[in-house]
Design a protein. Structure first.
Ligand SMILES: Cc1cc2nc3c(=O)[nH]c(=O)nc-3n(C[C@H](O)[C@H](O)[C@H](O)COP(=O)(O)O)c2cc1C
Ligand code: SF4
Ligand code: FES
Lengths: 453, 772, 157
């Protein structure tokens, strides 16, 4: 990690190590002066001082093969290139609505390095010709929304935002928009609706935001981590960034490790790092218990049995090959004390609770899924329920406006696929395969603080 | 054009078409709920999923744009499996009790469930129950049946122009509702009943009164405003049970105003006149038709003989049919009187004799959609012409600049480009300013000497900058004491602009009255003079003078002093019982054949949809008999069609002879003086039917009139909003004062056509305001 | 209905958006309204809508869609515990149970003294810090062991 430590401004803030405490007042180093001391805003200056054209900027990002860190892994440079050149009014939007269970990386970027997001967004705005931007910040992290507002004030005062930025003739205004509790607003078009002051119901695509986005104007929307990677790309060059990872999987990435490990937290590792290494960084399995299952990319990604996961490397391609998704890089680790039916029941409830309600299959189907799984967990399952669940997921997947329908279905399919016997046991014996007291000890109070070495 | 293959058929469709539109063009039905051609695309029901070649998953036909070379399969296994899957989800929380549902028999969900449902449901959990909402007197709710297609929500936002409904909460807790405790008050609200594909929103007046399959469906034409909406009237045992729109893209599209839809209640009103009645020695007696007709013929003949035929006046409702109007006119002329008029709320007749033709819209209704600049002068547009307002709302959304000059500033729910609000007396001056500014821009001479205000300039700039402008004069202009001046100014303005120029027809036969010649010729008296110079006898066809005339009080007085008042009407009213001496029961539009000529000159004939109630008879037949009894020539008609064809000189889709031009009207601009009345005719008081529809009378639009003033006028008159005030003009009435910032300075807005204000007299007059 | 300070805060939000897009400030405005009044009554929602020139039902859609608006009165301290899977694996549910037992209320209930309301939350994006409790929508408390919960309750006067 030494290489990264030397060059990555995020890393030098010490935030990727995990093991920090949530005490706002103790946080040091997020202010503009700290960021600048770490070489912050140098990428922006370089772009402007060397008069890079917007096209050059996009080309460099393409070269880095930065893939969107919000979950879908779409190449960021390519996305930027979709923005119509001539449009007079364009927007840049940052997606900090991190609400995918297991994901907590964007919060830490907000917390320790708000200016890296601002710099990344300014560069993006310059590249696509946007005059205004918004950062949509997850409802529950209000303190960080306020911090971001402070950082924006600093950046404005320093001339990084506003008219004629750094004498370049380029104008860009950036604002923060605070969410108020809706997972679906992480979906980009729901997020745009939400900024427009409506409920967060996703829009049908096409048209895509690059053509019809915020207020109907062309809009580029990226995840926080995607924007945060931009200054770094211009620090070491697109190629350098690509080479940090592996082909088609450029750079380093943040992984949020939660669940039954000794040191839950965020870890930045190069793409292609073995999962085993990440597990080790996270302090290994809690209490030395056996790894049972891992959800490698946030709760919407299919679960993988521990042994399959142990053979994976952390990049889009390897995890896809194993039958899941790298998604947002949220790694939820479950040990042998976990009842998979109960775990699925909780996730099913989440999707039921968070469905926006517009598409019939999602609105009606997520509730049905939950009710059936709940029944199984509570000893009222029927043998035909597993086939029913399978049918329902087939009827939901790919038939909705946004991917929440898929997100709700994939856990159900994968949990049943890999842990079918546990579901069957539940139905047959009307109780958990893992005894409740074992479950309780496995999931009892555990905080990194308590477990810290 | 784009080429595609749909279910093996080659098609070519316009650029920008969606798959569902392409299918429609090919006559292929794709099941759907949320899609509606007049509403924005929601793509939320997912019923319209189809297979598209190369797409890995089924796509919603309503939202998927056609691309060149696309291959679509609407009935492939992938498509049908997807559709069935959606249907299953739709049904799990839907009550399966079609036999007791009001929508049963005309429910899209029911129909499709037969084709796409899977018999027994696998769903064994509890069904969701959703509380019902009170949306007001017109729309009944059964929200557990709602499938959240959001058509109703989009309708209120997009077509009615004000979001009165929303989808609150999320997930399967989502509920369609109005803001808590609020009713849906749009004058177009009934359309959500049609739009709702299930039984969640149904007609409150119709509720549980009949099963749909018991109803005969008959075509008709709405007898209210000048649009002439096309109707499907549903009848059971000769009773009109419900009215629905008959789609006509050129006229009402697929919509109806609430007045069009719910006024049918009046057809079954207890006030229906069902027997001929004659007053003898102050006592009303029900008599046989021949007695009543004899009496009537005698009365007319006597008055003509003893007082001269010119002492008889006929006031015809502008909502009467063309045939009825023509026969009254013929009858009067046969008697030797030219005193016949249907322009009951008009007060300025100085353009008579100067007109180049019958006033009309000046264009086809559908041509409104092609205008890029519109100026509407003197119109309570939303309430006077709900569906024309809707058209303007849509064109404004697409970029047409709509501006308004008026004496009120009601929210039209149209994105206006500019507006100028002025006291009634200053309306001509305001229009003259616009004319002046346009003339200046065009280097022409307006011939008027006015200082152009900023508002007028803004309106003029807009008009001048367009390629196809329209100038439309509303009911308020037609009622205005300087109607001829306004007409002349607008004509000049339109001329300079090369614009379309038209009148928004107030009533179902505002054009038809001219075509039927139900206007005085030569020395004949117009409606105003017939009242100002009271006649010995009046013949009233469908008219309720106390509400329908420009000066209700004067009209009532004229009736009371007359020796004989012959009322030919579907209704009896206390007023008529007081002043009339004969009541002849005739059919409302639903029980007679007839013709309305709408504001664009479209000839719309219709048949009776039900048998006349009691002894009521179609008025054209009654008038024919009267003509014969009076031994007048040319009353030998066998059918109403003969009357029509005689009037129109043969079959025609549109009438000719329409022209808004006036010659030689001297433009004089009146000065301001005193406190002026601004009189609107509230939507549900405009005609005898609407006045008698209980559900319409229970709407917010039927609220009791108040005296509305802006803050300055309130202050000047020493009145506080909420106070009772005495308004003095012809007579005095007491009303509650109300603050309305949209009323021009030194004006009081007081509704006309209402019993509470009938005593006030003329619609346009100076009034006094005093705290009661 | 609202104090001058609240209105100025709303104005500041309105200024973030293009002039024709006042409605964009509705989420913030509803949040300020809730801050001031403790919860969002229908009158409060209607007042926000009127201030932003938007239909009341549109504001109600927003108020009812997002989790953190309270359409019913809540206690002075609204504590929301995340019980989603990642948190549950590290004691999130136990923290909720502990709170229920300490306060004698279940989720969506308020203590008799009107001090506390307990809510079950969804993922707060802080799974590494489980158990996580959000107080009054704004302050996040992490690593909430029973001792920490006791301390928090002590602080909530
Ligand atoms: C249900 C749902 C929830 C999502 N939540 C998030 C989120 O919390 N954060 C995020 O960045 N992207 C989220 N996304 C993905 C976004 O729609 C979008 O793809 C992403 O913000 C694009 O940024 P990127 O290209 O930088 O990854 C979500 C998508 C769906 C369908
Ligand atoms: S899939 Fe679900 S969350 Fe996504 S738009 Fe449809 S109803 Fe809303
Ligand atoms: S009609 Fe296409 S999704 Fe509803």
């Amino acid at each position: 990690m030494a290489l990264l430590e030397a060059i990555n401004p995020l890393l030098s803030a010490g935030w990727q190590q995990g093991g920090h405490e949530w005490r706002l007042e103790n946080d040091a180093g997020w202010r503009l002066k700290d960021y600048e001391a770490r070489g912050g805003y140098q990428s922006l200056r370089k772009i402007i001082e060397t008069s890079m054209s917007p096209d050059d900027v996009i080309a460099e990002v393409k070269k880095s093969v930065l893939r969107g860190r919000g979950g879908a892994g779409f190449p960021t440079g390519l996305k930027w290139s979709f923005m119509p050149k001539a449009a007079p009014e364009k927007y840049i939007v940052c997606n900090t609505d991190e609400g995918e269970p297991g994901t907590f990386k964007d919060r830490d970027i907000q917390r320790y390095d708000p200016h890296v997001i601002i710099e990344g967004m300014i560069i993006a705005a310059y590249a696509v010709g946007a005059g205004r931007g918004y950062n949509y910040i997850h409802g529950e992290i209000y303190e960080l929304y306020q911090r971001f507002e402070d950082a924006l004030d600093e950046a404005r005062a320093a001339g990084y935002l506003g008219q004629n930025i750094l004498g370049s003739g380029f104008n860009f205004d950036l604002f923060a928009h605070h969410g108020w509790g809706a997972y679906i607003c992480g979906e980009e078009s729901a997020l745009l609706e939400s900024i427009e002051g409506k409920k967060g119901q996703p829009r049908f695509k096409p048209p895509f935001p690059a053509n019809v986005g915020l207020y109907g104007k062309p809009t580029t929307i990226n995840n926080t981590e995607s924007f945060a990677s931009i200054p770094f790309i211009f620090r070491i060059g697109g190629e350098g960034f690509l080479n940090l990872g592996k082909p088609n999987n450029g750079g380093t990435k943040l992984f949020s490790v939660s669940g039954h490990v000794n040191r839950p937290g965020n870890f930045e590792v190069p793409m292609g790092t073995p999962f085993a290494k990440l597990l080790e960084m996270a302090g290994g399995m809690r209490g030395g218990r056996k790894l049972k299952a891992v959800i490698p990319g946030g709760s919407s990604a299919p679960v993988l049995p521990g042994d399959i996961m142990m053979d994976c490397t952390l990049d889009y391609d390897s995890i896809a090959k194993a039958g899941s998704m790298l998604g947002s890089g949220a790694v939820i680790v479950m040990d042998e004390t976990t009842c998979m039916v109960k775990a699925l029941e909780r996730l099913a409830w989440f999707y039921y609770e968070e469905s926006c309600g517009q598409c019939t299959p999602c609105r009606e189907g997520t509730g049905w899924l939950y009710k059936v799984i709940h029944r199984i967990e509570h000893g009222q399952g029927k043998p035909e329920d597993l086939a029913l669940l399978d049918r329902l997921t087939v009827n939901i997947m790919g038939r909705t406006i946004c991917a929440l329908g898929d997100a709700a279905s994939m856990p159900v399919q994968s949990f049943i696929k890999h842990f079918r016997s546990e579901f069957e046991y539940h139905i047959e014996h009307k109780k958990c395969l893992v005894p409740p007291d074992v479950q309780r000890t496995g999931s009892t109070f555990y905080t990194r603080k308590m477990g810290q070495a | 054009m784009l080429e595609l293959e749909l279910d093996g058929k080659q098609l070519s469709v316009p650029e920008g078409s969606t798959v569902i539109e392409a299918a429609h063009q090919a006559g292929v039905y794709i099941p759907h709920f949320c899609y509606h051609k007049k509403l924005s695309i929601a793509a939320n029901c997912r019923m319209c999923l189809v297979q598209v070649e190369k797409a890995p998953k089924p796509l919603p036909a309503c939202a998927t744009p056609v691309t060149n070379g696309m291959k679509v399969f609407t009935h492939s296994e992938m498509a049908v499996t997807a559709q069935k899957g959606v249907m299953e989800f739709l049904l799990i929380n839907h009550p399966l009790d079609c036999p007791i549902c009001d929508q049963g028999g005309e429910c899209q969900l029911q129909d499709l469930a037969v084709g796409y449902g899977d018999g027994a449901s696998r769903y064994e959990e509890d069904k969701r129950v959703v509380p019902n909402k009170d949306l007001g007197p017109l729309v009944s709710t059964d929200m557990t049946r709602c499938i959240n297609c959001t058509r109703c929500v989009r309708f209120t936002q997009e077509i009615a122009g004000l979001m009165e409904l929303g989808q609150a909460f999320r997930g399967d807790r989502a509920e369609i509702m109005s803001f808590v405790g609020k009713t849906v008050d749009s004058e177009l609200s009934g359309n959500i009943i049609d739009l709702c594909p299930v039984g969640a929103l149904t007609s409150k007046p119709f509720r549980f009164s009949a099963r749909t399959w018991e109803l005969a469906r008959r075509k008709s034409v709405s007898p209210h405003d000048g649009l002439g909406s096309n109707l499907i009237v549903q009848v059971k045992h000769d009773r009109v049970m419900r009215v629905l729109p008959l789609e006509n893209e050129q006229v009402n599209e697929c919509w109806l105003s609430d007045k069009d839809r719910f006024s049918y209640e009046a057809l079954n009103s207890a006030e229906r006149l069902t027997k001929p009645m004659v007053k003898q020695d102050g006592q009303w007696q029900e008599v046989d038709w021949n007695v009543a007709l004899d009496y009537t013929a005698h009365a007319l003949r006597d008055v003509a003989k003893n007082h001269g035929a010119e002492s008889i006046g006929a006031l015809v409702s502008p909502h009467a049919t063309l045939e009825e109007m023509a026969l009254v006119a013929k009858l009067m002329r046969g008697l030797g009187s030219e005193n016949i008029d249907f322009r009951l709320r008009q007060s300025d007749f100085s353009a008579d004799g100067k007109r180049q033709g019958a006033p009309w819209l000046g264009m086809k209704i559908a041509e409104i959609n092609t205008l890029d600049r519109v100026l509407v002068v003197g119109s309570f547009l939303r309430k006077d012409h709900p569906l024309l307002a809707q058209r303007l709302r849509q064109v404004a959304k697409k970029g047409t600049q709509v501006s308004v000059i008026h004496s009120a500033d009601d929210d039209l729910l149209i994105k206006l480009f500019a507006k100028a609000v002025a006291a009634p007396s200053q309306l001509p001056a305001m229009l003259a300013q616009v004319l002046k500014a346009v003339a200046d821009a065009k280097g022409a001479n307006a011939g008027v000497d006015v200082t152009v205000s900023a508002e007028a300039k803004r309106i003029a700039d807009s008009l001048v900058s367009g390629a196809s402008a329209g100038v439309l004069l509303g009911n308020f202009v037609q009622h205005h004491p300087q109607a001829a001046v306004l007409n002349a100014l607008a004509q000049q303005l339109a001329g300079l602009l090369g614009a379309k120029f038209g009148f928004l027809g107030e009533a179902a036969n505002s054009v038809g009255g001219y075509v039927a010649n139900a206007v005085p010729k030569g020395e004949g008296l117009n409606a105003a003079r017939m009242l100002a110079e009271p006649r010995t006898a009046y013949l009233l066809l469908g008219t309720e003078p106390e509400f329908d005339c420009a000066d209700g009080a004067a009209a009532l007085a004229a009736m009371k002093q007359a020796k004989s008042v012959i009322v030919v009407s579907p209704f009896k009213s206390q007023a008529a019982l007081d002043y009339a001496d004969v009541l002849l029961p005739v059919s409302p539009f639903s029980e007679t054949s007839g013709t309305f000529i709408n504001t664009e000159g479209r000839v719309q004939s219709f048949y009776a949809v039900a048998k006349p109630q009691g002894e009521a008879r179609p008025a054209w037949k009654v008038l024919r008999v009267l003509g014969n009894l009076l031994e007048l020539d040319g009353f030998g008609y066998d059918s109403s069609e003969q009357v029509r064809d005689e009037v129109l000189g043969g079959k025609a889709e549109f009438v000719s002879g329409l022209d808004n031009g006036v010659d030689g009207v001297a433009v004089e601009l009146p000065a301001v003086s005193g406190i002026e009345r601004v009189a609107d005719v509230p939507i549900h008081f405009a005609d005898a039917l609407a006045r008698r529809a209980p559900s319409l009378q229970a709407t917010a639009d039927a609220a009791a009139p108040t005296a509305r003033m802006n803050a300055a006028t309130l202050a000047r008159t020493g009145v506080v909003a909420g106070d009772m005030v005495n308004i003095g003009a012809g007579g005095t009435v007491s009303l509650v004062a109300q603050l309305d910032a949209g009323v021009p300075d030194n004006c009081v807005r007081i509704a006309a056509a209402h019993s509470a204000t009938a005593g006030l007299g003329a619609m346009f007059a100076n009034v006094t305001v005093e705290r009661a | 209905m609202f104090s001058e300070a609240t209105l100025r805060k709303i104005d500041r939000e309105v200024a973030k958006y293009p002039a024709a897009q006042k409605q964009s400030a509705v989420m913030a405005a509803l949040a300020f309204a809730q801050d001031e009044l403790g919860w969002l009554s229908q009158d409060a929602i209607a007042a926000v809508a009127a201030y932003l020139d938007m239909p009341a039902i549109a504001a109600y859609e927003v108020a009812s869609f997002y989790n953190m608006y309270d359409l019913q009165p809540v206690g002075r301290y609204k504590l929301t515990v995340c019980t989603n899977l990642p948190c549950a694996l590290s004691g999130g549910v136990h923290a909720a149970d502990y709170l229920k037992q300490k306060l004698g209320i279940d989720f969506n209930e308020t203590t008799a003294d009107g001090r506390f309301t307990l809510k079950e939350g969804e993922c707060m994006g802080a799974c590494g810090d489980a158990p996580v409790i959000l107080s009054n929508n704004k302050r996040m408390h992490c690593f909430m062991t029973p001792e920490e919960i006791d301390k928090l309750l002590e602080e909530c006067k």
